[in-house]
Design a protein around this ligand. Sequence first.
Ligand SMILES: Nc1ncnc2c1ncn2[C@@H]1O[C@H](COP(=O)(O)OP(=O)(O)OP(=O)(O)O)[C@@H](O)[C@H]1O
Length: 611
Amino acid sequence: MAERKQRIWQRLRDLKRSLTIYQYGRRAVELVWETDWRLTLALGVLTILAGLLPAAIAYVGKLIVDSVVQAAQSGLRGDRLMSLSYLGLEAILVALLAGGRQGLTLCQSLLRVLLGQKVNVLILEKALTLDLTHFEDSEFYDKMTRARREASNRPLSMANRTFGLVQDSLSLITYGGLLLQFSGWAVVMLLGATIPAFVAETYFAGAAFRLFKWRSPETRQQTYLEVLLAREDYAKEVKLFQLGPMLLQRYQAIFRRLYAEDRDLTIRRSGWSFGLSLLSTAAFYAAYCWILLEAIAGRISLGDLTMYLTVFRQGQTTFASGLSSVGGMYEDGLYLSNLYEFLEQPVPLAQGYAHSGLIAEDGLRFEAVSFTYPGSDQPALQQVSFHLQPGQKLAIVGENGSGKTTLIKLLTRLYTPTAGKILLDGRDLQDWDGEVLKRRIGVIFQDFTRYQFTVGENIGVGDVKYFEAGDRWRSAADKGTATPFVESLPEGFQTQLGRWFKNGQELSGGQWQKIALSRAFMRTSADILVLDEPTSAMDAEAEVKLFDQFRAVTQDQMAILISHRFSTVRRADQIIVLSAGKLVEQGTHEDLLQQNGRYAHLFRLQAAGYQ
Ligand SMILES: Nc1ncnc2c1ncn2[C@@H]1O[C@H](COP(=O)(O)OP(=O)(O)OP(=O)(O)O)[C@@H](O)[C@H]1O
């Protein structure tokens, strides 16, 4: 007994929670209002017009029939004129209704475009405020993808359905008002018959959404496979390794699985929907039958009969459309809840406001810095400490996965250390103003982005303030040793790169690296340069040239260099060796050779390879 009671309470709680989804109707209308209040106002007025006019037309229809009967019986000219004027009135109302409906469609079409753009911009703006951690979290990524996928249509659809429901409700209320003259019981009977269909619609819309949410990982896989199969950067490997058929097969297998689930739900939904709509149709026709009998018995006029007939016919269509609005609104509401969940994701607070350090010219200090990636149980860095003075060049050496890139991510504040401190000029990195810090650090990651922009713009991205400044591009390219090859390109700095756009040129790996390196020199005010594997794709001569040049142009700057090439590393003022996240050796090339430890071992190994 107690268990049953509990179940009933649970159901009621579920229903209450389901109903809260409808509050998104208000939020969607607010969003539409913010997008364009004039169009929204027009939409509102036209909705009321389109909601009230049908009942008015039905009523005028009754007046026409009654006046025709009257005129036929009396044969008076006045009565004839009266029925003709009712006819004229109906024609005007019908024209108004058609105009109103057309206006509604027009407003909706315009709002669709504006709203789609607005929501997309809201999502992208939000994405800009988020941390890198969010992007690396697959659940969060799904949330964003879902929001983006549905961005352009759900809010408008929700708003349209809300307005549509208002329109249908107004029509039904006015129809109800007309019907009330006949019998209050008929109205109650008709309303009662709609409730099961309403509950079923809500239930199935919820089920459809849950399905959509569960399968986000599968949909993500599908999208990824599409990218692999259809993008030019993967085409080379897909063709040579003959991956195509296998990838396509996976793609289809996912589709088949998703389709099977979809089909089951759609069949069940349509079965229930049909069954329950039969119930409401039965109620409609029972009331209809009652009215017919009343007319035959002469208790209502012929005009009344015509009016009720119209009210019934249209009432049922309006009811069906209202019902689908309710189901649709529920579904839209669920998608919108996902959109708002994303938009309301707490934004990391702006960290720090300091524009200068506490100890001028102190340089960079790592003090017992440790870091573990979210969701990982192994620390990527443990208790790392070192000091880099202004003008010094530091090289970081270590096997794959030893934590070199992680160290750079902490230095550039993409992540925050889990323990320990990073100090710049004696001040904790977290206390620095983000903008100031970014201006002081020029960084190139090994997986730098190859933008499908022009050569100049590809360098310009290094300092967005000077994104299009040709003179800055040139001097940055000089420092990054890119000028000679850029000048050999057909349109120099204006050459389009990549294959996505017309006349796009592809570059070699080493040429791309030179572009990326030049990017780091765009920030002329940067006093810390961080280069993660900057020369891995360059030939030996290019590398030597680059480093001679690098030393010359970065005399006053601190530089941190990650490299597996000892020819590069040995020139640094200070070298640190990382192993499994720990700093195991530290010193100059000579010091480390003397220590005869890990560095000396790796150095000799590489040197032997060249003999
Ligand atoms: N985003 C991430 N989330 C979780 N773990 C990560 C992430 N990035 C790196 N790791 C882990 O942290 C450790 C250090 O990685 P890191 O990229 O810093 O190595 P690395 O020294 O730069 O390697 P390589 O020489 O191959 O570039 C590795 O064990 C890696 O698996």
